[in-house]
Design a protein around this ligand. Structure first.
Ligand code: NAP
Length: 259
């Protein structure tokens, strides 16, 4: 049995939909004070309404994570509403496709700005408050794409997701003296609004490539985040956990036929 997380102050960037919503749901269910940070207020308000019956509290702050000033406002809002920050889930991300032959500098810049710089800026903005917490946690949503696998059209995305892990290892060291842990989750293909946008053919292909035979649920990632946030995981830092239904395991396409 893990020590309850009730009352912890949690920020979830990109918490209005998809994986972030799954993370926010798990922390709200655990009785935490959750601040969803995303751009579109309307989508966030719908999520907040849906989570009203959970024991925790959920509210929203508008943030563009690629803007350090807005990240500072996000952190200040959490302090104002919840008295501090215990857990930062740096999850907001985008995954547009662009093959190398046509990828423009702007496309590359945008993916790196949101996925990688956004992670750095949110961590920097929350750093001092996390250090004051008695069990500060940073939990980054990376991916299997980039650090482990590749997919044509996602060289920029994969690089941004690998960059998050490189950042995590040194950040974990810099935070270590204050007892704050910095870890990452590497989701496989998780059923989200963002993934739906990639089309039915992509979803079919991915489902066929997963030994468990189905896409992940957003709360599969939320539960991994709860584990990293737990008191009991306090000695784990600079590590990542793959949550993918076995997707990275097959050595060849034929290996799936042998199951
Ligand atoms: P999603 O359904 O598209 O949701 C993305 C969330 O991020 C939304 O809340 C969105 O809200 C927010 N967001 C996007 N750009 C933002 C920005 N510039 N500033 C602030 N918030 C922003 O995506 P998802 O599938 O849940 O993915 C979430 C994370 O998981 C990403 O980091 C992604 O790389 C990672 N991931 C996803 C999968 C998957 O299979 N779904 C697999 C591996 C990794 P607004 O648009 O309102 O800002």
């Amino acid at each position: 049995m893990f020590t309850p997380l009730e009352g912890r102050s949690v920020i979830v960037t990109g918490g209005s939909r998809g994986i972030g919503r799954g993370i926010a749901t798990c922390f709200a269910r655990a009785g935490c004070k959750v601040l969803i940070a995303s751009r579109d207020r309307v989508a966030a308000e719908e999520t907040i309404r849906d989570l009203q019956d959970k024991p925790g509290t959920v509210s929203h702050v508008a943030v563009e994570v690629s803007d350090p000033d807005q990240c500072a406002t996000m952190a200040a809002t959490a302090v104002e509403r919840h008295g501090g920050i215990d857990i930062l889930c740096s999850n907001a991300g985008i995954f547009p496709t662009a093959k190398l032959t046509t990828m423009s500098p702007d496309e590359l810049q945008r993916v790196m700005s949101v996925n990688f710089y956004g992670t750095v800026y949110t961590v920097q903005a929350c750093m001092e408050e996390l250090k004051k917490s008695r069990a500060g946690r940073v939990i980054i949503t990376s991916s299997i794409t980039g650090p482990i696998t590749g997919f044509p059209g996602w060289s920029h995305y994969g690089a941004s997701k690998s960059a998050q892990l490189g950042f995590m290892r040194t950040a974990a060291m810099e935070f270590a003296p204050s007892g704050v842990t910095v870890n990452a989750i590497q989701p496989g293909n998780i059923a989200t609004e963002g993934l739906d946008g990639l089309g039915e053919e992509y979803l079919r292909q991915m489902t066929e490539a997963i030994p468990h035979g189905h896409l992940g649920d957003v709360e599969d990632i939320g539960n991994a985040a709860l584990f990293f946030a737990s008191e009991e995981a306090g000695y784990i830092t600079g590590q990542s956990i793959v949550v993918d239904g076995g997707q990275i395991l097959p050595e060849s396409a034929e290996a799936m036929d042998e199951i």
